[in-house]
Design a protein around this ligand. Structure first.
Ligand SMILES: C[S@@+](CC[C@H](N)C(=O)[O-])C[C@H]1O[C@@H](n2cnc3c(N)ncnc32)[C@H](O)[C@@H]1O
Length: 232
């Protein structure tokens, strides 16, 4: 694998810090969940750079079949184990409640059952041709990324990665996500409203929502959220 922009911590440390038990209010998560509830039910959903966290976002989505894609097999193994266990932690119960759904084990189990495939792929290093499984995954009705594209290093890197990863989104398909801005921006893209707007336009997407929210996490004091839809 090429030298990749790195995420904040390894699989276990990241999970413990952000998603272990308690719901961390004030860090943008509740707004992201609220945004996701605006997406209608979809047959297929692909979460890019999913880590082990897709089940949190699944609490607000109604998707039949989820494909989780990540470069780190350890995170995907944890995700698959959590989906298999089907036991909601407090963080999931609160997420379900915030999304307007009964926070029960049964409801959580229906969300976890949507995990259909996990796919190990380096999403920042294009392979030509795109492996068929990834090509199919990118053609889902909904493509999300939470924290992946914020790891890009320059505006051009962000634009090209976003456009490539959404090129297979069908007409009418949805794109949603969030990117956290580190307090120390060294080596990370500077995200701006203009960059998001330009990127959405170049990707053939209508930007339906774009917001920069302040967060109580001192290491990541800002989070950008977006919702978009392919028009052509
Ligand atoms: C900030 S974490 C976000 C995890 C998760 N989406 C969430 O909601 O918390 C970024 C994720 O992107 C993954 N990642 C980093 N570089 C990647 C690459 N080149 N291709 C695929 N996944 C990558 C990491 O393994 C990690 O799971």
């Amino acid at each position: 694998m090429s030298a990749l922009p790195s995420t904040v911590a390894d699989a276990d440390a990241y999970h413990r810090r952000y998603y272990s038990d308690t719901f961390r209010f004030g860090q943008g998560t509740e707004q992201i969940l609220d945004l996701l509830t605006r997406i209608p039910p979809v047959a297929s959903w692909t979460d890019l750079g999913s880590g082990s966290e897709s089940l949190l976002w699944a609490c607000a989505l109604r998707a039949v079949r989820l494909t989780a894609v990540d470069a780190d097999p350890a995170r995907l193994t944890r995700l698959a184990a959590d989906a298999h266990a089907g036991n909601p932690r407090d963080v999931h119960r609160i997420a379900l409640a915030l999304a307007g759904t009964a926070p029960t084990t049964e409801v959580f189990a229906t969300r976890t059952r949507s995990l259909h495939t996990t796919l190990i792929a380096d999403l920042f290093t294009p392979r030509s041709p795109t492996p068929p499984a990834l090509d199919r995954a990118l053609g889902a009705d909904l493509v999300t990324q939470f924290g992946l594209l914020g790891l890009t290093t320059t505006p051009a890197h962000f634009l090209h990665a976003f456009a490539r990863l959404h090129a297979r989104l069908p007409v009418g398909g949805w794109a949603a996500g969030a990117n956290w801005v580190p307090a120390d921006p060294e080596g990370r893209v500077t995200l701006t409203q203009a960059l998001y707007r330009h990127t959405a336009h170049r990707s053939g997407l209508d930007l339906l929502h774009l917001a920069a929210l302040s967060s109580a996490d001192p290491d990541f004091p800002l989070v950008w959220t977006y919702l978009a839809r392919r028009h052509s």
